[in-house]
Design a protein around this ligand. Structure first.
Ligand SMILES: [Zn+2]
Length: 453
């Protein structure tokens, strides 16, 4: 995105509103904060499916996968340690848009939608005068407050939009399996710059064609990981170019200086880090390792803290995105959300209190059948220690793994239980148990599955 010009008056208005937020920790009620701008900010949220944080230039990746996002990051607040609360699309995105953890919104399988009784952050924006448009992903996505983007065509919507502020969500699926990037883009990422042999091509053909590669169905041989990464990186690069097109249309419509832009992901992607490829819905047996839970998060607020970085010592979650967006556009944040407005963290990290970060999902995601839907893999990270727990259909713990992420960020050497104080393990278990009991809203059956009355 080109460098935005911001008038002194607008910059002052943003600062006034943000300082107020930092002091109160909550959005100001009514239109006050947003009203300080002559024109209210729009908000555009781009979610990129299966996008790993550590494969992006602005997150330190050495290959040129993301020139567009790198440039946007230079004008955004980058949260270097953002986490998803799930390992497949629906629970994660529903957490993003309801600002509730998966056990609370309850959308952890097929055939359910968030409760219509929920007052979502999207609805709060609507009530404040925002038109809300969202990408419809089918099952699971009712009751969030979005009207569908006509024909899922965001560019056309931006070109033909009605007057008035908007909150729009677009979901992009480039890095999701199958990995089938344009040849000219893949060529840029060939390991060693040399073309794959016929044998390698034959092995990769399946990944380039199939949306699912179940765990156990791929026996990796030497060199596979490099080639799989090259395909994935090329998909990321192609997606980056598509994001560039959206940003160009924003600028062409003169919306760039008054549109907040968020770019994030629903979850990461396993690329043989732990022996399989994909995530819960595509592998049918995933575990919440960091390559699945760490997601990129950048928030571009025109004229505000452009280029700021919130360091890895401050973990934030997808559930924090909407409260932050609402605070930035001056819309009152609904009560009883799990997410937090992150602007006070940006303003004054020393006053910020970290919290343990939890995640859970079925190991098989969208592909779960019958009783497997009740299985849960869970994780909690507090400081450097991570507890990963697998539970069966009855809720009983099957296995536990402990990691010290400061020494073993790739989670390849589980700590023996005696390496961690027993009381610490007990404390982490209690955090996960409490988090898992945060259920508040019984999800509703999908309307078209509801029994006729
Ligand atoms: Zn996904």
């Amino acid at each position: 995105m080109r460098r935005v010009r911001v008038t002194a008056a607008v910059r002052a208005a943003v600062l006034v509103s943000v300082v107020a937020l930092a002091c109160s920790g909550r959005a100001r009620s009514g239109p006050a904060a947003g009203g300080e701008r002559a024109v209210p900010l729009n908000a555009l949220i781009l979610t990129i499916d299966s996008l790993r944080a550590d494969h992006l230039g602005f997150m330190g990746y050495p290959l040129p996968t993301s020139p567009v996002l790198d440039e946007l990051a230079r004008h955004s607040i980058v949260f270097e340690h953002a986490r998803s609360p799930g390992t497949w699309t629906s629970p994660s995105l529903i957490s993003l848009f309801t600002s509730l953890f998966p056990p609370a919104h309850g959308v952890e399988g097929r055939g359910v939608v968030p409760s219509p009784r929920l007052h979502t952050p999207v609805e709060a924006a609507q009530e404040a005068g925002y038109a809300a448009f969202g990408y419809t992903l089918g099952e699971n996505y009712e009751n969030l407050g979005f009207a569908p983007i006509p024909d899922k065509d965001l560019v056309r919507l931006l070109r033909n939009r009605e007057q008035g502020p908007f909150l729009a969500w677009m979901h992009l699926r480039g890095p999701h399996l199958p990995y089938s990037p344009p040849m000219e883009v893949w060529r840029q990422f060939w390991p060693g710059g040399t073309a794959p042999s016929d044998e390698v091509r034959a092995r990769l053909r399946r990944l380039m064609a199939e949306p699912m590669v179940f765990k156990g169905s791929w026996t990796a041989v030497a060199g596979d990981a490099e080639w799989i990464r090259s395909l994935y990186d090329a998909e990321v690069k192609a997606q980056d170019e598509a994001v560039g097109e959206i940003l160009r249309v924003l600028a062409e419509q003169r919306l760039d200086e008054r549109t907040l832009v968020v770019v994030t992901s629903d979850h990461g992607e396993e690329l043989l880090d732990h022996g399989y490829i994909g995530h819960a819905s595509t592998s049918r047996d995933s575990a919440p390792y960091e390559e699945l839970l760490r997601v990129p998060l950048l928030v571009h607020i025109p004229g505000y803290r452009e280029g700021a970085r919130v360091g890895a010592g401050y973990p934030v979650g997808l559930e924090d995105v909407l409260p932050t967006v609402l605070a930035a556009i001056g819309v009152k944040i609904p009560r009883r959300l799990h997410g937090r407005n992150l602007l006070p963290l940006v303003e004054n990290p020393r006053e910020w209190r970290n919290r343990p970060m939890c995640a859970r999902a079925t190991p098989c995601g969208w592909q779960c059948e019958n009783r497997a839907e009740r299985r849960r893999n869970e994780a909690v990270v507090d400081g450097a220690i991570k507890l990963l727990r697998r539970r069966d259909e009855s809720g009983a713990t099957i296995t536990e793994e402990l990691y010290d992420l400061s020494r073993d960020p790739g989670e390849h050497h589980a700590l023996p239980p005696h390496a961690v104080d027993a009381s610490e393990i007990k404390r982490l278990r209690a955090i996960l148990d409490r988090w898992g009991r945060s259920a508040r809203w019984r999800p509703a059956p999908r309307p078209w599955l509801a029994p006729k009355s």
